[in-house]
Ligand binder design. Structure first.
Ligand code: HEC
Ligand code: HEC
Length: 434
């Protein structure tokens, strides 16, 4: 709720405040027969305005990635994103799990690469707006993130020495145009890396330090090109944005794009269902981590989420403060001032964007729910978390201040319909326009 006090102070802009509108947050939702007649309080109008796509600031250039925003990096990154040679079985690319025709994910509860993972793929669209990457935020930039799956045993399953050699064989010109001369790998083995099999790790440890750094630098640069491409992927306008633009412009006919049920869903979303507490701003996410009591996929192997990621991101050789970053230390504020209260972050996961969410079931960090209705039933039930403390659970010590959300079957259906209005195209924008 960080910006709400400011929002409340937004001056009235000539709106007619009806009794129904002022009571909407407290009482039952106003019945709206014609969408163009929906009346919003000053506060609601201000909140709706913060959610439209037009309010999204361009994703900032990443100071740790010197090729961010360069067309040549975008072109190279796009090719690497779909290149299956960068995998142990020659069959897996980023696009295997982040398919452009499946909302840049795979539609599975947990992803399959060369093996099977334990979490659900995330859409890469809008990644430039996220300070922390992955469900647990264990990476602090899109380029550092891209290096994770490449060396992960169940995803691409390869190693950085092999990848650096592949870059040399297939992308040397493009690489050198961006990053300067490619090192010679000389007597370095074919397969060596710090995350691989025992043999690959031993081969890596046997390499001289400078050779390891050269290889790691080529590897890091692959990630930087991929990140430059990912940052061109953006959400286009959804029906909701057309509506919110019309509200902002006070254009009644433009407001007919939403049905009365969808409008009621919006009223609940920003009102009594309290969704906007976490799903806020034009991306419908606060980019923060919360334990919402989502059931563990495997009770014997609990997923600790953000709490288990804090040390990983601090110690990551590819983080903003590391030797492969292009940033000055003072540009790494997020990392330097990261919350380290692990207890409060037990089983907390990143709030996902709700843009296009209706198009990409299943839901949650391990695909625990197969439909939006199931997600909404979870919010209504608000169960206590099995690991850590759910921020949503009610009636428990320490959480008693929270009133249970009561939603009728009709209201649940209206909320789900509203979520459908957040679907729009995915567009690839030139770096200068993103
Ligand atoms: C085997 C399937 C698989 C492959 C291959 C794969 N990913 Fe992912 N991706 C996932 C999963 C699963 C997650 C979430 C994992 C987690 O949170 O631990 C994820 C998360 C991400 C995220 C985080 C998005 C966010 O909002 O935090 C990005 C970006 C991403 N992947 C990009 C890539 C890139 C780039 C590649 C290729 C280098 C790639 N992925 C390869 C499955 C895959
Ligand atoms: C306390 C913060 C918080 C509140 C309040 C909240 N959410 Fe969420 N939401 C999250 C987090 C965190 C996740 C991911 C949880 C996970 O995967 O374990 C999530 C996941 C979702 C998803 C699944 C998206 C996906 O891609 O998997 C939907 C849909 C959703 N929320 C809708 C809502 C709606 C509708 C409301 C209001 C009834 C709401 N949320 C209230 C934080 C919140």
């Amino acid at each position: 709720m960080r910006s709400f006090t400011r929002l409340l102070a937004v001056p009235a802009i000539g709106l007619m405040l009806t009794a129904a509108a002022t009571n909407a947050l407290a009482g039952p939702p106003a019945v709206v027969r014609d969408a163009s007649q929906a009346s919003w309080s000053v506060h609601e109008t201000a909140v709706i305005n913060t959610l439209r796509l037009g309010k999204l600031a361009p994703a900032p250039l990443d100071p740790s990635n010197a090729v961010d925003g360069k067309d040549a990096a975008v072109q190279l990154g796009k090719r690497l994103f779909g290149d299956v040679r960068f995998s142990s079985n020659g069959k897996v690319s980023c696009a295997s799990c982040h398919s452009p025709d499946k909302q840049f994910q795979d539609g599975l509860p947990v992803s399959r690469g060369v093996g099977t993972g334990s979490r659900r793929a995330m859409p890469v669209v809008g990644v430039g707006h996220s300070p922390w990457l992955f469900w647990d935020g264990r990476k602090d930039s899109a380029w550092a993130q891209a290096l994770g799956p490449l060396e992960d045993g169940v995803e691409h399953g390869g190693n950085r020495t092999r990848y650096a050699r592949l870059i040399q064989s297939h992308y040397k010109l493009e690489y050198e145009a961006l990053f300067g001369p490619m090192p010679r790998f000389g007597d370095a083995p074919q397969d060596a890396g710090p995350q691989g099999s025992a043999a690959e790790r031993a081969a890596w440890d046997a390499l001289p330090r400078e050779r390891r750094d050269e290889i790691s630098r080529v590897f890091a640069n692959m990630g930087k090109a991929i990140a430059a491409y990912e940052k061109t992927l953006a959400y286009g306008e959804a029906r909701f944005d057309k509506y919110a633009n019309a509200v902002a412009a006070r254009d009644p006919s433009g407001q007919r794009v939403l049905t009365p049920q969808e409008l009621n869903g919006l009223r609940l979303f920003i009102g009594k269902a309290q969704c906007v507490t976490c799903h806020n701003g034009p991306m419908f996410t606060d980019q923060a981590f919360h334990n919402t009591g989502v059931p563990q996929r495997d009770a014997n192997k609990p997923d600790h989420g953000r709490a288990a990621a804090l040390l990983k991101v601090k110690q990551d050789e590819f983080n903003c403060l590391g030797p492969f970053s292009d940033a000055k230390a003072e540009a790494c504020q997020e990392l330097a001032f990261m919350t380290t209260d692990g207890a409060g972050l037990e089983a907390a996961f990143k709030t996902p964007s709700l843009r296009n969410a209706a198009l990409r079931p299943p839901y949650m960090h391990a695909g625990q729910f197969s439909s939006l209705d199931e997600v909404l039933m979870h919010y209504v039930r608000a169960p206590a978390a099995t690991v850590g403390h759910s921020e949503l659970a009610h009636g428990k010590p320490g959480h008693t201040e929270r009133k249970p959300i009561q939603l009728s079957a009709q209201e649940i259906s209206d909320l789900a319909l509203f979520l459908g209005t957040l679907s729009g195209p995915v567009v690839e924008r030139a770096p200068s326009l993103r």
